[in-house]
Design a protein around this ligand. Structure first.
Ligand code: C2E
Ligand code: CA
Ligand code: CA
Length: 445
């Protein structure tokens, strides 16, 4: 007969565990079952550094502690490596979050013990919990475990939360991620992504002096997806690099066509994802676009969010310098949305700051005008930018009152729904044809 126990930990083999769990689920009555799935972060490091023997010791110790604490234990197994799953009874009226907190506290105690003993402060437990109630009696035990494992993976990604309860929305989130990441390459090939343009206006005469390129996903089934829904997902998978390159190419092509046909055009800014800082292929890509489309560098600008500078100042500096050496301007996007913005400005060779829309949103009164305190803050930031010889742009301008105030205090450029939403290229071209004279050196920001 096949061995039923894991020889190292003495726990059930995973297959045996699933069989036992199936029986436990079918006879569950007057209580629920909690599946607690845990792994040890940095376990591999202990193995690699101190050898497998020490790793095995740690694992056994961990298992002993887990079994000691879970008095209502039904069954337990080692799924593989350092992944341990435990099923315990849970009283029907016991609050799920309280249970999660209990496991969290248990993990804290266990973590402390393991760290002290194995002299590695990075040892950390990540736990996911799924709860099976009477209504889920038909639930396949493997699904219950994989739900707990999904929550465990989320716990592992978060540094400050080592214990997470599964909920069905997690499955929806994963489905969406898989859908987006797997359909992206085809979507790019099929031109499902469209570049929209949002005009930027000069504060004085309020004419178009620039635009920002913002991507949209127009699915073949007619669905329209905004970037906030898919960009975080494709940033995780790294595919944002390809999408950004696609957008940059579209923008270069657009500018080149307008110039070739002697039509009015303004500088267009593009967004730079934080992911580019990992590989820095962006510099050679942009340089190849300049060679291919042969457009003057003042027609393109790059927007890097404030958080990029904070996360990786050295790389960000390298990127700004690389872009500057090609003659393009760089702006700090979403300025003021984070924490340490002010001191960043003195250390970075930024050309433009884009004040985040929170400055206007939180400061607006019902009639569209700004609160006094907010006015003071905005005008001080703009004044500071001026002294540092940095151009200031305010995003999210939605009312005439906001716009007039910004002009009054010397904010040079404005962007927002008050002037125009981001529009498709054809519409933007109409705005350009009606609104601006050919881009002269003075209006190039
Ligand atoms: P962002 O760069 O801060 O872009 C400004 C966002 O504010 C845009 O949202 C724009 O439509 C919106 N907006 C403009 N004016 C107003 C206003 O007056 N009021 C309000 N409430 N909103 C306004 P969108 O297009 O949905 O883009 C969201 C974010 O997605 C962008 O924020 C940017 O971080 C990212 N994104 C968009 N396109 C790209 C891209 O091609 N590459 C990368 N890496 N990121 C992109
Ligand atoms: Ca932007
Ligand atoms: Ca922004």
């Amino acid at each position: 007969m096949a061995e039923m126990k894991d020889s190292l930990t003495g726990l059930d083999k995973y297959e045996t565990f699933l069989e036992k769990l199936k029986i436990e689920i079918s006879k569950m009555d007057g209580y629920r079952i909690a599946i607690i799935y845990t792994d040890i972060k940095h376990f591999k490091y202990i193995n690699d550094t101190y050898g497998y023997q020490r790793g095995d010791m740690l694992l056994k110790e961990f298992v002993n502690q887990v079994l000691k604490i879970d008095k209502k234990l039904l069954c337990a197994a080692r799924v593989y490596s350092d992944n341990i799953v435990v099923a315990t009874k849970l009283d029907t009226d016991f609050n799920n979050n309280t249970f999660r907190d209990l496991i969290y506290e248990r993990n804290m105690v266990l973590e402390r013990m393991l760290r002290d003993k194995y002299l590695d402060e990075r040892l950390k437990l990540s736990t996911g919990i799924s709860i099976i109630s009477k209504d889920d009696r038909r639930l396949d035990p493997a699904t219950a475990v994989s739900n707990a494992n999904l929550a465990r993976k989320m716990a592992k990604e978060m540094n400050d939360d080592c214990c997470i309860l599964f909920d069905n929305q997690m499955i929806e989130g994963i489905k969406k991620e898989v859908e987006v990441t797997s359909s992206l390459p085809k979507a790019i090939r099929n031109y499902e992504f469209k570049v929209y343009y949002q005009p930027k206006m000069g504060s004085g005469d309020k004419v178009i002096i620039g635009a920002e390129a913002l991507v949209r996903w127009q699915k073949p089934n007619g669905g329209f997806v905004f970037p906030d829904e898919f960009i975080p997902i494709i940033e995780q998978s790294g595919q944002i690099v390809d999408l950004d390159y696609y957008v940059y190419r579209e923008v270069f092509k657009f500018i080149a066509e307008r110039l070739e046909n002697d039509l009015p055009i303004v500088p267009i800014s593009v967004n730079v994802s934080r992911v580019h800082l990992n590989k820095m292929g962006i510099l050679s890509y942009v340089s190849s676009l300049f060679e291919e489309y042969n457009i003057p560098p003042q027609y393109v600008e790059f927007e890097l969010t404030e958080s990029i500078y904070i996360e990786n100042t050295t790389k960000a500096l390298e990127l700004i310098e690389g872009l500057h050496s090609m003659g393009v301007k760089v702006s700090m996007d979403d300025f003021g949305s984070g924490y340490s913005s002010l001191n960043l400005l003195s250390g970075l060779p930024i050309d433009i700051i884009k004040l985040d829309k929170v400055f206007l949103k939180e400061g607006s009164l019902d009639d569209g005008s700004l609160k006094e305190n907010e006015k003071i803050i905005i005008s001080c930031v703009i004044d500071m930018a001026k002294r540092l010889k940095i151009t200031s742009l305010c995003e999210g301008v939605e009312t005439i009152e906001q716009s007039d105030y910004l002009s009054e205090i010397g904010c040079e450029i404005q962007q927002g729904y008050y002037f125009s939403k981001p529009v498709p290229q054809e519409e933007f071209e109409k705005l350009l044809d009606g609104d601006v004279e050919e881009c002269s050196e003075e209006v190039v920001m």
